[in-house]
Design a binder for this molecule. Sequence first.
Ligand code: PA5
Length: 465
Amino acid sequence: MIRFDYNNFMEDSIGPEHGISRSDLEGVRGLAAEALNRMAREKAEGKLGFLEIPYDDAVARSIEKFRKSAAGAFSAIAVIGIGGSALGAQALRNALSHLYLNELDERRRRKRMKVYFFDNVDPFEIIAAADVIDVRETLFLVISKSGGTTETNANFAILLSMLKKKVGKNYREHVVAITDPEKGVLRKIAIEEGFATFPVPQNVGGRFSVLSAVGLLPAAFMGIDIGSMLAGARTAIERYYGMDLHRNAPLLGASFHYLFDRSKGKRINVLMPYTRKLFLIADWYRQLWAESLGKNRDIEGRPVISGLTPVPALGTIDQHSQLQLYLEGPNDKVISFLKLGDFGCDVEIPDFYPGVSEVDYISRKSLRGLNRFEEAATELVLKEASRPNASIILPRLDAGIIGELVILLEMQTAYAGYLYGINPYDQPAVEQGKQFTFGLLDRPGFERFKEQFERGSNKKDEYIL
Ligand code: PA5
């Protein structure tokens, strides 16, 4: 069971200037109750697919069946997607598979497949990948809820052409499309081509889709127990859904962030694990939080300023990087540690120059012990400097706990959106940039964006050195 320790958010611990009081929390209770009602209403209206997909065991079964049928034919998967269609699977790879999965020899990979991600528009990446990927042994998972994402389609086009050159007419057996069940050009192409397909339910937004086939299919190929992950997600829903503020960790987390923003001027939200296994969870959460909460209109269309800037950090590395700023720079951050109780592994530091007291003190200490002391020391110095910090504590690292964590962070993001009175499930501003790109690429119907771009991009040479 995941725990939430918010001692160092409270004024008892970090003082009244920067900490939250019990009466501040009481003050937000009405808004929190409205947030609970809105979640219940939207769920009843069938809008919150992210709370439904963990109950869909049929998808997990069909994924397992597909994985078994593909197991003998491929040694690698390539995920082609971007944003919510790629970040979740990357986080799951690090958290639950092997940090160096692709470098393991076949015996140590134990039927898990190598995995490559194509989630950027970057010739360096795709050229480098071409040097290491054997497309004849690779299954390409093209993932796009809308089907119309330029970056994804560009990468798919390049990889598909490579594939056709190597395997000829059998290329269709190497492609799986994960997309809207009915709409979109990817669905159309997949039907015409006869690609295998999996659906992204229509009521599940891209960044909330990691527990659908978007994350589950790559996870299954990486050897992750997707059934346990869904069971963990269900545990979290049953634990938090509809619960009153004081028993509801995601609602409480959202309320703290809201209060820190509105009454203490703290608009930066740091998520800091102390293991690389969890760092990409912080990266995934960055997108979830940023795209969901950065809005300038509330649901009634009135202007609002909503959104705290998410920052992923990694201990102990960031103790030698961002921590100086966190401790002595502006007190404008809310830090959440993502703590792991039982690492399930450890390494003893061997005797290191016995008698040389400047280094010998680490001899025979454990690496996990050192990690734990560094984490505890950072927590304490932040508290002493009146910097708000809390801990989300995972008892251990397994599929069930990660399923639980995904729901906790998704619900926290949704609740935060409700407290701000905005829609956490759309991304209107991102669409604007896409339209200019379509215009510049001469996509029919988008000519006016090209003209507007040309008018707007009149930079003055005198300001360029
Ligand atoms: O959360 C979102 O909706 C976005 O980040 C999308 O996931 C991203 O833009 C990719 O969209 P699509 O899956 O339609 O290609």
